[in-house]
Design a protein around this ligand. Sequence first.
Ligand SMILES: [Zn+2]
Length: 459
Amino acid sequence: MDIQLYNTLTRQKEVFQPLDPQRVTMYVCGPTVYNYAHIGNARPAVVFDTLYRLLQKNFPQVVYARNVTDVDDRINKAAKDQGVPISAITEKYLAVYHADMDALGVLPPGIEPKVTQHIDAIISMIERLIANGHAYEKDGQVLFHVPSFKKYGQLSRRDRDEMIAGARVDVAAYKRDPADFTLWKPSDAEMTGWDSPWGRGRPGWHIECSAMIERSFGIGPIDLHGGGHDLIFPHHENELAQSTCAHNGAQFCRTWMHNGFVNINAEKMSKSLGNVTLVHDLLKLAPGEALRLVLLSAHYRQPLDWTENAVRDARTQLDRLYRALDSLKDVQAIATAAPAAFMAALADDLNTPKALAELHQIANAANKATDPAERARLKGELVAAGWLIGLLQQDPAAWLKGGTDADVDAAAIEALIAERKAARARKDWAESDRIRDELAARGILLEDKAGETTWRVAS
Ligand SMILES: [Zn+2]
């Protein structure tokens, strides 16, 4: 099956063809670990996890690298404010990030390079950029000289005035050109730093990804590079310039992909608006699987509007899907691929809204099917399609007991069911009905089958 992906570089959908059909290479800009991740940070992790899953089903090997920025000025400031080494900050928040992404069903990437472990690779790349005339040193700073790379701006398609304004530069005296950007900067004695040919210092942000991609994949183009839309300029434009120039003009990346922003109740997420929504907090209110479904409910290139209603709707959808799966518990799933229509939706530039609609179609068919062989096939399709978008991998009974109301007290419900069973045993039908009604009023529905009573949360 052909997979079509929208390439930011060419501004069109293209059939995705990896350089080596046996081995896809993919890099996504990961977190800067100095604080809790917000839901906007989670979107690329979930979007590119879904792509990673799709590629794994279509190619023999996919090498996925997602970096960790574990040194930068915000990390330095947090460490200084708290009087601790930067590793105390970065280790804490990387662990939080891993736990949050795990709750969202994000598979760990195959490689997770850290900046602090790649300083030698960064220095080596900067040395080559200086040697071939694309970078220069002034007062302990090393800068990339933008006019030295004629194709600069090809990814973001900005003109020079926009680039200079976008780079937010107050034109420092050490710059040969206002658009030049930092590769290396000096660190004072108190600040984290490493020895380099230009004195003790630390890397600029953009060079880290170029160096870690080179270290992870070698010289020559990677197949895919992803990140949030806000990274196109300057971050990815600069990565493209650095890597191309350090590699004597060799192509850096074949397909660039960018996901849209997450807005909160139709407003841009920002500290000044006080609406920064942390994954860590959302997970106290709703299961990670529901949050993931919300993140996949819009096409990845479109903005996504995060609302309480959207989360509620995702839980209701998952209740329906898990109920369909639960109704198939008497048949063994047949190992099968996801249905063609579902695959076609994902293969069309990761059209997850369409794929989710197809998933509901399978559930609808499962609810109607009576033939055991067909039900076994549909169960296999639900699980296979669910895996591709990172949903429906839990035990349905576990979801249906806790999926809708995080406050459901399972032990208290089981106790009432036991009381009801006792009432029925002594033929006290009035008491049995009273308990059933009491639970119904709390949104818990009982089902009596073959002498056993099971419960689920009403949706
Ligand atoms: Zn990056």
